[in-house]
Design a protein around this ligand. Sequence first.
Ligand code: AMP
Length: 286
Amino acid sequence: MTAPLIRSIAKLRHLVTDWKRSGANIGVVPTMGALHEGHLSLVRAAAATTDRVIVTVFVNPKQFNNPGDLQAYPQTEKEDARKLAPFGVDAIFAPNAAEMYPRGFATTVSVAGVSEGLCGARRAGHFDGVATIVTKLLMQTGADFAFFGNKDYQQLQVVRRLVQDLDIPCKIIGCPTVREGDGLAMSSRNALLSPDERSLAAKLHKALIDAALALERGADVLSVIKRAQAEILAGGFGPVEYLELRDAETLTPISQLDRPARLLAAAYLGNVRLIDNVPLPGKGRA
Ligand code: AMP
């Protein structure tokens, strides 16, 4: 059965208040729609953890710094509802932009530190947009648990930071990246790749895996990163926007694998910007 589609914050609050009164706990899965198996894995995790599951579908204009990118973003609401039907989702919250940002809206949530560099360096205002909408969604849904993908690792760390700093009583659950058979991380943007580009796209992940193995064997960080960048370019990618080793929690740049770390990359294949990341357990700190 398809879940009730809710457009207004008032209606959502009504529903949530009733659920809370009956003692249910609530999980939320924030998305921008165009759902694929990666999103559905978060829904599956939410359904296994919480009594009530809300999936939010909102293409958030505040996190796009390029109007063309916003306009090109796929909107597939009916198809999304159909894909969610087997999961017993309790509500799909799909407000419009005027409901989320009414006239006079003037507040921005801005997270320092973790939102700097990487995707934050070239996408001005992106993480302010993310932090603002996630804060609103957590308040509106009253969620006890919220589910995010490791695929957008910097975003996940931004959300963890803001929930801690603003004392929002919601546990953030990071879920594994779901990949295609050849290793390409699933993403709504993959549909924009030409067949030729698609055949090359998994090379980004392959280069990250090769680099992670070399780092775990003790190779020098700078030379491994240089080699991985060359491997990505040789694989047919255009510019590599970034490829960096960062502390897994604070995302500060590191030049030695002396703690849990993350290797993160963004690169262009034609006009399509792909991102990916892999974990490195590291030695030393637990
Ligand atoms: P989006 O609709 O792209 O904003 O993504 C909504 C949520 O789905 C975010 O928490 C993403 O990290 C997560 N997500 C996107 N792609 C994947 C994937 N391949 N595997 C796991 N989670 C994903």
